[in-house]
Structure formats: structure tokens, C-alpha cells
Design a binder for this molecule. Sequence first.
Ligand code: TRP
Length: 452
Amino acid sequence: MTTGNDSKQRGFWNSRFGFILAASGSAVGLGNIWKFPYIVGENGGGAFVLIYILCTIAVGLPIMLAEFTIGRKTNLNPVGAFQTLKPNSYWVGIGYMGVLAGFFILSFYGVVGGWTLAYVFKSFTQAISNFASPQEAGQFFDSFIANTWESLFYHALFMGVCVGIVLRGVHSGIERACEILMPTLVIFLILLMFRSLTLPGAMEGVEFYLKPDFSKIGPQTILIALGQAFFSLSLGMGCMLTYGSYLPEDENLTSATVYVVIFDTMIALLVGMVIFPAVFAMGLEPAEGPSLVFSVLPAVFVGIPFGNFISIVFFILLAIAAITSGISLLEVVSAYFIDQRGWSRKKAVVITSTIIFVFGIPSALSFGVLSDAKLFGMNFFDHIDNIASNYLLPLGGMLTAIFVGWVWGTKSAEEEIEKHETIFHWGHIWGFLIRYISPVAVLLVFLAKFFP
Ligand code: TRP
């Protein structure tokens, strides 16, 4: 393990605000804008949203604080962090599992990230601004992602952009990229929400989205809601841990956690209010799957003044949101090789991203030449997403909670939290959540899933 050149290779955040923005940048991404609406659509609407919110508060929030705390305490990547707190124990496995999950997630995340870049270019050339019907927009998208060379090209482009930013290190690259995006994104989503809500027939969508129908909920749906909470908050694989490791000690961890969770959840909920009214107003199917956002939004843009311009800006924002998340995934995998193996930042970033890209190729082709290569009804892309999001992340999160609650101990954690900040008023509640609620909730969901 190297420590000598660490601070130079690793770097620190510039400011407190920069950290919150960067952590929000990691959290807010395709998970909120692309994934959230389509899985809400597939899992019956309102009731799923409610369970998702519950998972976020009871499980996600305490675990995020735990990850920030471990990160700031150790100033290391996930493997190094657990190795420092419990040397040579099985707990270090959480770190390795995290690095592996980061590898898996980025491999398919990069594919969807590529789709967003493609839609930026396609907005510029007006290729996606003249659809006669929403169905036509859907068909256009389907044939685009089925095209081998186009999907691979944009996939590679997305990875290249992430590499370019992560190479520049934490604050000049990552922090700056996040500072402009977040506020603009919120303003745009609010404007789009008004547009969707005023479409004729929109209220049916609002009802689907907000009115819970619990008959549609089973163990599988709860597992998906939990997995989505982890995915959306970038938890369960040491990503927030790694971001916390770049924090100077005078950061108030609890308030940062609350800001990031609220911000991330707010954006997801807002996106739902944009998508579902439009879906129903246009007579589309909410259970459309991964193509949902890409077929609904272009159709929404067609009917509005300056639609083409709005479409350009929106897809740029979406691409940036994807990039600020993609870089956090790449950062985790690279930080492991930088800290633990003593690689230079350049070597770590270039080599890991290349391997991740290659591993992602079958995911990129899952909607075209490999679309018939299905196992248990799911293609390669779905399997990698499912393994990482619904198993590795909740498992990693549960083990992190158990580690902080029972092994490292909430006492030591609270000491770290209270460093350079006022007393941690919520300490008791947090201790209770992290020791009992978070691990037991995840465990129950797993049990219900495997022993129905
Ligand atoms: N949270 C991001 C999103 O919603 C994706 C992401 C970034 C992520 N880093 C992560 C997901 C770490 C899980 C773990 O798009």
C-alpha cells in the first residue's frame, strides 16, 4: 500500500459546496431520469414509489452517512478503507465486492450514457424532432439501439469523456463538471413538468404515478425498489465512501447526507411527474421498459414551441448528469489501483476503463445482434444490471451497515462524524437505523425473495 504520493495522486475537494455538488452529481444520473420512470412503470406505479421512498429514508440515508464517515476517516478507496479499519479480515471483502460492482455497473451504464450522447447529436441534426407520433419516436429509438456500430461508437465516446475527466483528478475535473449542471437540470425539469401536466389526458398519468395500488406489490417488487434506492443514491459499493475520502475534516457529514438524499429523491420524483402524465396523454404503455424516456420525451418536445432547442438542451443536461455519475463509478475502480497497487492515476484510469468498455460490449449489443441471446428471459444487459443493482448493491450496503453498526462500532463512527462539527444530535436514531433497521430490512427482502 502506498501512502507517500497519495495526496498528490488522490487530491481533495476544493470546497464544502463542491463536495455536495459532486456527491449529488454522482447520485443524480440515469438512475433518476432513465431508470426510475421505467421501473415505476413496470412495477405498477404509486405503491412502488411509496416503497421506494421508504427504502431511501430508512435504509439509504443511514448507509450514505456510514459510507461518508468511513471514507473521511480512512481517506482511502473501499478496499483500503476496510483494510485500515479491520486489517486482514473478511470485511475487506466488502471493498472488493464494491470495486467489482462498480466495474459491472459502469459496463452497462456506459452504454446508456452513449445513448444520451447520441440523442444530443440527433437533436442537433433534427433527426429526433419531427416525429408524427409517439410510436414513431419509439421505433426510431429501437432501431438506433439495434445498430451495432452506432451503439458501440457512442458507448466508446461516453467512456472516453469519463476518462478525460477522471484523468484530471478530483477537483479540477469532477467537481467543476458538477457545478453548472445541477441547478440547470432542476429548472428544466420543472418547466417540462408543467408542459406534461397540461397535456390533455395527463391526469390519468398522475393517478397512476401517485395513487398506490398495493395489489401489485410482492417481494420481487420490494427488492427492485430497494435496489433502485441503492442505485440512485450511489450506495452499496463504496462510491460515496470514495467521495468521502476526498473530504477535508471540517465537513459536516450529516447535513451533506441529507442534502444529497433530498436532492436525488426530488429529481427522481420530478422526472416521474414529467414522464407519466405524458405517457398517458399520448396513449403509450407505462411498462415500456428501458426505452421509455427516449421514446416519450422526443414526442413531448415535438408539440412545444422551440421544441428542437429544448430537446438539444435537455439531452445535453441528461448526458452531463450521466457523465457526472459515470465518472464516480470509474473513480472507485481507479482509486483502488491508485491506492492499493500504487499505479499512477493515468495508468489506472486508462487500463480499467478499457477493460470496462470491452466487458460492456455485449451489453451494448443486447438490443441488436444479441437481442435473442436470452437466459431466463433476460438479455446480457439486463443480467448485469440485475446482478449489480438488485444483489451486489443491497448486499454491500447491508454488510457496510453491519460493519459500521457492530464491528467498527457506532461509537467510533460518531467520533469521526463529530470531528470539527457540532454535536451529532441524530446520533441515537442513526445508530438504531444502522444497527437494526438497514441490515434487517435488506435481509428480510432477500429472504422473502429466496423463500417466498
Ligand atoms: N446513482 C447514479 C444514477 O442514479 C449511478 C451511480 C453512480 C451509481 N455511482 C454509483 C450506482 C454507485 C450505484 C453505485 O444514475
